[in-house]
Design a protein around this ligand. Structure first.
Ligand code: FES
Length: 376
């Protein structure tokens, strides 16, 4: 019944350089307990991690946070990564960045920069980010293009901005983006805390999918549009991370190594640190990385389900956050005995919100004052 335990070579490393951030986004997937600056790894620590990652066969590094550009050593980290022949992508809010800083990143050898945006207008975008950010992002986008770098953008979709998918695509095209990830919010960290105000209604979602399809037809190859599915409304769960510990690993600001960015939310698991173990040992031998590899760990209904080779039982983090047991089937799955948790949440959202949702003239939800803003 179980499959053979196969350990792949990891493909990507997500390096969370810091949890510090000028934004306070209500959907942030960082943990509720943010790490303080004093606990952050040093530059030599990160250089060592990159060297171990390259030895392990990793080919791609995502520098993220928080805001990775708050670390003054980013250039040195990028340079070393490029010397090791790693593809380097940096994910930034674009706030507090200067034109000179972007040129320095280009000089250091960065391969691509992904810029986040919250909404098509400054008024709504700044309300979601909890700070004045939109106009800074516009300038940063221009500097990225002027430096000759590919501009990749991402927007997290939720009840406050999903009505404006088409306008957001237009905005990103006008800023010169080559690629835009339209990522429906995933409910971990701060997004889970704010879920009641963030989860869109079914009608909003249907309208957004139509808008996405129209834009795809209109822009063709001018911009690569990626639609990240709205998990809670699916019948079967997402194949989260391509399966636990299958293709990538994440290092947190203090050096813990996780199979995914949300795994620190699984309070019943212990994750090893680069301060004590090598990346190779953690990837191949640690109990945490091996806990949900393969299929033998599964309980019913996943254990005998024909979908298990495609969705791997869904997301372990979501299973823990919603049921308290990370071994259970992801409750998003319609076959899960815990699926009632999801249908209950969806009903409560769809029963209490009208189709076009009550908005102020500015487009912002009157409930904004009741959100929990990250890091505030
Ligand atoms: Fe951790 Fe899905 S986010 S396994």
């Amino acid at each position: 019944m179980g499959g053979t335990l196969e350990i792949n070579i990891p493909y990507a490393l997500t390096a969370e350089l810091t949890h510090r951030c000028p934004l306070h986004c209500v959907y942030c997937s960082n943990p509720i307990e943010l790490q303080k600056r004093e606990r952050e790894l040093t530059t030599p620590d990160w250089i060592n991690i990159l060297e171990e990652a390259a030895d392990l066969g990793i080919v791609q590094v995502h520098l993220t946070g928080g805001e990775p550009l708050l670390r003054p050593d980013v250039d040195r980290i990028i340079k070393r990564a490029r010397e090791l022949d790693l593809y380097v992508n940096l994910i930034t809010s674009g706030v507090g960045v200067t034109e000179k800083r972007i040129r320095q990143l280009a000089h250091a050898g960065i391969d691509s920069i992904q810029l986040s945006v919250q909404a098509p207008t400054a008024e709504l975008g700044d309300a979601i980010a909890g700070s004045f950010a939109h106009e800074y992002k516009k300038r940063t986008a221009a500097w990225i293009r002027e430096a000759g770098l590919p501009l990749h953008m991402n927007v997290v979709l939720h009840r406050q901005n999903i009505h404006a998918v088409e306008e957001m695509i237009e905005l990103c095209v006008s800023w010169g983006a080559e690629r835009l990830e339209l990522a429906n919010a995933q409910y971990y960290g701060w997004a889970l805390l704010n879920r009641q105000h963030l989860l869109p209604t079914k009608a909003q979602l249907a309208a957004a999918e139509e808008a996405y399809a129209r834009a795809k037809a209109r822009y063709g190859r001018q911009i690569e549009l990626i639609w990240v599915i709205p998990d809670y409304y699916e019948d079967f769960p997402k194949p989260c991370m391509g399966g636990w510990s299958s293709i990538s690993m994440t290092v947190t600001p203090d050096g813990r190594v996780l199979p995914c960015m949300a795994a620190s939310g699984i309070q019943t698991m212990k994750f090893e640190s680069v301060k004590e173990k090598s990346l190779k040992w953690i990837w191949e031998e640690s109990p945490s990385f091996n806990a949900y590899r393969g299929f033998d760990w599964m309980v019913e209904p996943c254990r005998s389900c024909e979908h298990r080779f495609r969705d791997f039982g869904g997301c372990r983090c979501q299973a823990f956050l919603l049921t308290g047991d990370s071994q259970q089937a992801d409750p998003v799955c319609s076959r899960s005995p815990h699926h009632g948790i999801i249908t209950g949440i969806i009903s409560s959202i769809n029963d209490t919100n009208t189709e076009d949702h009550e908005r102020t003239d500015s487009g912002a939800d009157p409930l904004f004052p009741f959100y929990s803003y990250r890091g505030r």
